[in-house]
Design a binder for this molecule. Structure first.
Ligand SMILES: C[S@@+](CC[C@H](N)C(=O)[O-])C[C@H]1O[C@@H](n2cnc3c(N)ncnc32)[C@H](O)[C@@H]1O
Length: 530
């Protein structure tokens, strides 16, 4: 009986810590209780069936509570093991089914989570919790559908002015695979034709860290603190979750990419449980290199952040998007919604085509792009960079760049560039490359009444330039912004309607087909006011 009293003491201590939400200490206390219960269970003979039953009940509750505490600390793997042990004792234990369902939901394993919630609904305790349980069942069904079909609709949230917390999303992997890339190492490729605006991926960050912006920029100290926390969180999560650790370990450190293994896309699906026997840790040096190469910040040029007050700034690690290479003629963009990253095609993609992002501003000249690519440790050799490399040695183009730097009249710069292109017989896509590179001059000229008065008749119309630049960089919010500003300047009217349709099509390339037409209009307003 002394043992039973001792077990009772352990139980009280563990419960107290659990109720105080001191997760780490409660895990230790429950571990102590569980090992005593297990040991005592072996000593109790069948002659004490009542005691044995009581002990089983205690063990089941202890395992369930330890699972809950572990899941609060994101140790999902061990938490699931606890749930399974508890369910072996009592297959219909209500609290354990609820806990397991919530963990599976966090791991985006929607169908398995649904099974748990459905089983919990059959228990007598469900009566007092039916609203919560039905909520979970509906959520699982909704997420399972989204993960299968990719039919994402953020219209309500957008139309309501992004009120409240961002909507929770499900993970989705579209028609893509990882293959050897001609750009560098591995890349993400379309396996089917994908229309501009269509969804490619929705992934939740492994870890995301945000910092509140005091002014427009983040101070160096705040940035440092944010990165420090971010690294610590990733390292902790990788230590706890073997699947995540294995997947992070497959990411590039930016060197010897040609030697890297090409992982199967299925490894990244939430249902994949990974290699349970994996015990290989990632050393800190490698982890830092991986984070350096693959972390993404919300303020990148090819990213849109959907939030009302942009008063914070975040950095995160998303696994599959880490296989997307850079191009100065990108064909995809990313949208940040909470901790989720939504990747969509910003141009029509053909089956077999590599999916690319712009790591750096594609609406900038070659010299700037080269400078920025140094920070990424890449040397871009895309068609556009190769062409511009040749043309920028030509004196006339050099003079334009210098003129622009020295504050020459922007309308004059555009006129000169267009004239040089005529003379040098630069046409089609190549003309569009240069227009994209000198976009800042075009944009400023179109916005300035003075410039347009002087040069308006001698430079190409804004519509034509925007069309050709879109052809190079895909949907870009700055192109959308100037297009809508022009529409507003000219008032509505007949051609205004055609213009608005065109702007909405471009908005789809910029934001993806994530909202209905009415909500897209809100997004367009949001872009113009930004
Ligand atoms: C986020 S990873 C992209 C996937 C990577 N290629 C892989 O095999 O895992 C970024 C790294 O890819 C390489 N990379 C991406 N875009 C590139 C480009 N346009 N030119 C050269 N290297 C590039 C660089 O090594 C960069 O550090």
């Amino acid at each position: 009986m002394a043992e039973e009293e001792y077990i009772q003491q352990l139980r009280s201590k563990a419960t107290e810590l659990f109720l105080r939400e001191e997760w780490k200490d409660s895990i230790d206390a429950y571990s102590n209780l569980i090992s005593h219960c297990t040991h005592h269970q072996q000593q109790l003979s069948l002659h004490h069936p009542d005691h044995l039953q009581k002990l089983h009940k205690s063990l089941c509750i202890a395992l369930c509570n330890r699972a809950e505490a572990r899941s609060r600390l994101r140790d999902f793997h061990c938490a699931l093991q606890d749930c399974d042990r508890a369910l072996q004792i009592d297959a219909s234990h209500f609290k354990t089914l609820l806990c397991k369902g919530k963990i599976l939901l966090c791991l985006n394993r929607y169908s398995m989570a649904l099974e748990c919630f459905k089983a919990a609904l059959l228990d007598s305790q469900a009566a007092g919790n039916s609203e919560t349980l039905i909520g979970y069942v509906d959520k699982c069904k909704k997420f399972e559908f989204l993960a299968r079909t990719g039919s994402l609709d953020l219209s309500d949230w957008v139309s309501n002015g992004f009120h409240g917390k961002p909507p929770e999303l499900a993970e989705y992997i579209g028609a893509v695979e990882i293959r050897k890339s001609d750009i560098s190492g591995r890349g993400l490729f379309a396996t089917k034709n994908i229309d501009a605006g269509s969804l490619i991926l929705i992934t939740r960050a492994i870890v995301m860290e945000r910092s509140i912006l005091a002014g427009k920029d983040l101070s160096e100290d705040a940035q440092l603190a944010m990165w420090k926390n971010f690294i610590q969180k990733v390292s902790e999560f990788a230590r706890k979750c073997y699947k995540t650790r294995d997947l992070i370990g497959m990411l590039s450190i930016g060197e010897d990419e040609e030697e890297l293994e090409i992982p199967d896309i299925d490894l990244f699906r939430p249902e994949n449980v990974g290699n349970v026997d994996s015990c290989e840790m990632i050393d800190m040096e490698k982890l830092l290199a991986i984070l350096d190469v693959n972390s993404l910040t919300e303020d990148a040029v090819s990213a849109n952040v959907l939030r009302k007050n942009n008063d914070s700034y975040g950095v995160g690690l998303w696994l599959l998007p880490s296989f997307i290479n850079h191009s100065c003629c990108p064909n995809s963009r990313r949208l940040h919604v909470g901790d989720y990253l939504i990747v969509h095609a910003s141009k029509d993609l053909k089956a077999g085509e590599e999916i690319t992002f712009a790591y750096l501003d594609p609406l900038s000249p070659l010299s700037k792009r080269r400078e920025m690519s140094m920070t990424w440790g890449i040397q871009c050799k895309c068609k556009r960079c190769r062409f511009e490399n040749e043309v920028f040695t030509k004196q006339e183009i050099k003079e334009i760049e210098i003129g622009l730097e020295r504050g020459m009249d922007v309308g004059g710069v555009v006129y000169k560039l267009e004239e040089h292109m005529k003379r040098l017989k630069v046409r089609g896509k190549e003309k569009a490359y240069l227009r994209a590179s000198f976009w800042s001059a075009y944009c400023e000229a179109y916005r300035s009444d003075r410039s347009m008065k002087r040069w308006g008749r001698r430079i190409p119309a804004m519509d034509a330039v925007v069309d050709s630049v879109v052809d190079v960089v895909g949907g870009d919010h700055r192109l959308l912004k100037i297009m809508v500003e022009e529409l507003k300047k000219n008032g509505g009217g007949g051609s205004g309607l055609v213009g608005m349709e065109k702007a909405l099509k471009l908005a789809r390339d910029v934001y993806g087909k994530v909202v209905k037409k009415q909500a897209m209009k809100t997004l367009v307003e949001f872009c113009v006011g930004d």
